[in-house]
Design a protein around this ligand. Structure first.
Ligand code: SF4
Ligand code: SF4
Length: 158
C-alpha cells in the first residue's frame, strides 16, 4: 500500500467513525420510548387489529350471534376450536334446529392466524386486546366462549 492510499484510509476511517457517533448522539438525545410495563397497563394503547384473545361478544340479553355452523372450526389449522352443538325445538317453526351448546377455544394451541374470525359468516367471534394469559395450569387456557344460558340472538323484524 502506498503512503497516499494509507493516509486516505485514515481519513475515511475517521469520517466513518464520526458518522457512527452522530447517529449515537442523535439517539442519545431523543426522548426515551421504553415501555414501563406493567406500570403503564392502564394507559397502553393497542392497535385495532391486535389479536390478544378470541372472544364471543354477548349483548345485554345474553345473546350471541353464533349459528353453530362450524366454519371456524373447519378452517382452524390446528383444532383449536370445538363447536359442540345440540338440537333444540324452534319456537316459531316448531322444527328441530341445531344450536350452539358449547364453544371451546384452546388458547394454548392458537397461533392467532385469524382464519376463524375472517371466515365466520355472522361476525360472531372477534379479537380482544387482552394479552395477559400466564397461568400455572395449562388446562386454564381452554376456555368456553359462549356464556352459560346464552342463546342465539333472535332475527330482527323490520
Ligand atoms: S386464530 Fe387461527 S389457530 Fe387460532 S383459533 Fe382462529 S383459526 Fe384457529
Ligand atoms: S363462530 Fe361463526 S363460523 Fe364459528 S360456528 Fe359460530 S357462526 Fe359459525
Amino acid at each position: 500500500m502506498n503512503a497516499g492510499k494509507y493516509i486516505k484510509n485514515i481519513f475515511v476511517g475517521i469520517y466513518r467513525l464520526c458518522q457512527g457517533m452522530y447517529i449515537t448522539m442523535l439517539n442519545f438525545c431523543r426522548p426515551k420510548i421504553t415501555e414501563q410495563y406493567p406500570e403503564n397497563r392502564g394507559k397502553k394503547i393497542y392497535g385495532e387489529r391486535f389479536r390478544g384473545l378470541l372472544t364471543m361478544p354477548h349483548d345485554s340479553e345474553n345473546h350471541h350471534k353464533c349459528i353453530a355452523c362450524g366454519i371456524c372450526m373447519n378452517n382452524c389449522p390446528n383444532g383449536t376450536i370445538k363447536v359442540i352443538t345440540r338440537m333444540e325445538k324452534d319456537e316459531t317453526t316448531g322444527r328441530d334446529r341445531k344450536v350452539l351448546d358449547r364453544y371451546i377455544y384452546n388458547l394454548g394451541s392458537c397461533i392467532f392466524c385469524g382464519l376463524c374470525t375472517r371466515s365466520c359468516p355472522q361476525q360472531a367471534i372477534e379479537w380482544s386486546n387482552n394479552f395477559e394469559h400466564s397461568v400455572f395450569d395449562p388446562g386454564k387456557l381452554i376456555k368456553q366462549l359462549n356464556r352459560e344460558g346464552s342463546s342465539l340472538a333472535p332475527k330482527k323484524t323490520e
